[in-house]
Design a protein around this ligand. Structure first.
Ligand SMILES: [Zn+2]
Length: 243
């Protein structure tokens, strides 16, 4: 083979490789959204030590899920996200839509896809947890949980905005507002974390609630469900942001 032919072949090969690389890049130019991952801002134990300064904007957080729970800079209320809409429930108890520039020191979100559904009726919170326990097929994965229906009673809470130097979470919650809601249509959303992840997140059930009319909500402390649909998603992937 002549030298010039070899050079041409080499050039063609380079062009092919570059073109292939470009083609791949073209297809990857929109970042692939991983829809089966729990995305978490900060380890729970780190947050609960009083690290309440917001470290990620809600516009950024919203790229990683349409469903979840969390809080705000300075522990300024409870967050619940449903169908891509993020709500803040401050200590006055009145939900409002989150502004994209607001920040979070701690949040867990995912793209919610139902794997299991069942209905429940006439259960208190303890009985609801037992009923969901029975449906969880593994003790080693994370579950996203959504409970939609009529609540004869729901008790929720929201912490007051804290000022620096920040107290421990346990101390900040001593001044939390408590809300007793009667006969509400509402959705509770959140997660179940396995005990072997305790500290990385909150082991067991952690649900936030918002009423259908968006007039009340908060971190769910107790409830009596009349009728509800429970939807569960199994999550095998986990991404933790260490601020
Ligand atoms: Zn909570």
């Amino acid at each position: 083979m002549q030298k010039s032919t070899k050079s041409l072949l080499a050039l063609a090969l380079i062009v092919l490789v570059v073109f292939s690389a470009d083609t791949v890049l073209l297809f990857q130019s929109k970042p692939a959204v991983d829809t089966d991952t729990l995305f978490q801002v900060a380890a729970f134990n780190t947050f609960s030590m009083g690290n309440f300064t917001g470290v990620m904007t809600y516009s950024e957080l919203g790229k990683h899920g349409d469903f979840g729970i969390g809080t705000f800079d300075g522990l300024n209320g409870e967050m619940i996200a449903l169908n891509g809409v993020f709500y803040q429930i401050p200590s006055d108890g009145v939900p409002r839509e989150v502004n994209a520039s607001m920040t979070t020191p701690y949040a867990t979100v995912t793209y919610f896809h139902v794997d299991q559904t069942f209905t429940v009726s006439n259960l208190n919170y303890t009985q609801l947890k037992t009923r969901i326990d029975d449906a969880l097929t593994s003790q080693g994965v994370i579950y996203a949980i959504k409970v939609t229906g009529t609540f004869g009673y729901a008790q929720t809470r929201s912490p007051a905005k804290q000022t620096q130097p920040y107290p421990l979470l346990a101390d900040a919650l001593k001044t939390q507002s408590i809300f007793n809601l009667n006969s509400v249509s509402a959705t509770a959303a959140g997660f179940w974390f396995p005990s072997n992840m305790n500290g990385v997140d909150y082991a067991g059930y952690h649900l936030h609630l918002i009423t259908d009319d968006h007039s009340a909500g908060g971190h769910m402390l107790d409830c009596i469900i009349q009728n509800a649909t429970v939807e569960i998603e199994h999550i095998n992937n986990y991404r933790l942001i260490l601020p």
